[in-house]
Design a protein around this ligand. Sequence first.
Ligand code: NAD
Length: 319
Amino acid sequence: MPASNAANVRSIKIVIVGAGSVGVTTAYALLLSGLAAEIVLIDIDTNRALGEAIDMSHAAHYAQARVRVGDSYDDCAGATAVIVTAGVNQKPGQTRMDLVKTNYGLFKSIIPQIAAAAPDTILIIATNPVDVLTHAALKLSGFPVERVIGSGTAMDTTRFRHELGKQFGVNPRNVHAVIIGEHGDSQLPVWSLASIAGMRLRDYAAQKGIPYDQEVMDGCSQRTKDAAYEIIQRKGKTNYGVASVLVSILEPIITDGDALVTVSRVGTYAGVDDVALSMPCKLNRAGAHQDVPLLLDEKEKELLKQSAESIKEVLRACE
Ligand SMILES: NC(=O)c1ccc[n+]([C@@H]2O[C@H](COP(=O)([O-])OP(=O)(O)OC[C@H]3O[C@@H](n4cnc5c(N)ncnc54)[C@H](O)[C@@H]3O)[C@@H](O)[C@H]2O)c1
């Protein structure tokens, strides 16, 4: 944590609604990051949430932050951000879209309560299907569009960079490549803009004397898309990756960092209006800003349109 942000952190309160697997792993990652002074867990299962908070408060001793359970949504008051992870998760074989009815109903009850208690906060949505629920959270909160952010394809972009980093033998942080669109089956890799060391992937491979094979590249994007299915098949849930991604979304919000992250936000995409999906956004204290339009090629524009339309179709069915 840079010293210039130390004073800021002392006043940072983050609320996590949903103290299940994603919620508590995020709370723990946030606690260890030193970015927040107070972390509040809210869950309908208050007893389990209290157990998590007591356990974490012993780790908090070393991290100099306070972890507690909120009694009601009034505890969201004064929060810099409220992360929503409440809801059912995928079972093996289910898509994220299969969760929509249950989690949409839950949002109708919780989002207005959060908005009433914390009218100036930033909502960060992780519950799936995250794009549909980011749209729902915007409508149900009445917040400005910048202040309702879905974790979106920030997770998929991280996985994609991990895959490409392995393929090219470089640290994933040195891979500039994004997954945009739906955090789900219609997501797309932006191959036309992917680069390492400022070079297109094909040029980087040529410079290194590595054969460039589009089929191998497609394998990287397919494994990215399938990663959650594989993890859920093996361990029943995903939690560590998403928790780190949620903290990486929070960091530029807390520090006013102007970081570019692929997150979900309501907007107009490839001619489809009023839909939430992921594109790179600038994140800072005021929320998520779409001032970095991507120069997509024609095929990518078409795939983005299909992704937007498939999310919109689900929105029409549940709103
Ligand atoms: N965006 C991502 O990248 C990503 C990654 C993993 C999981 N998820 C999603 O996150 C959500 C949570 O997943 P999980 O594995 O933590 O599930 P989980 O079952 O472990 O936790 C869900 C929690 O929500 C709580 N809850 C239910 N209704 C509530 C209400 N009305 N108010 C407050 N709390 C309530 C439950 O008691 C439970 O503790 C799922 O929708 C899952 O698909 C998103």
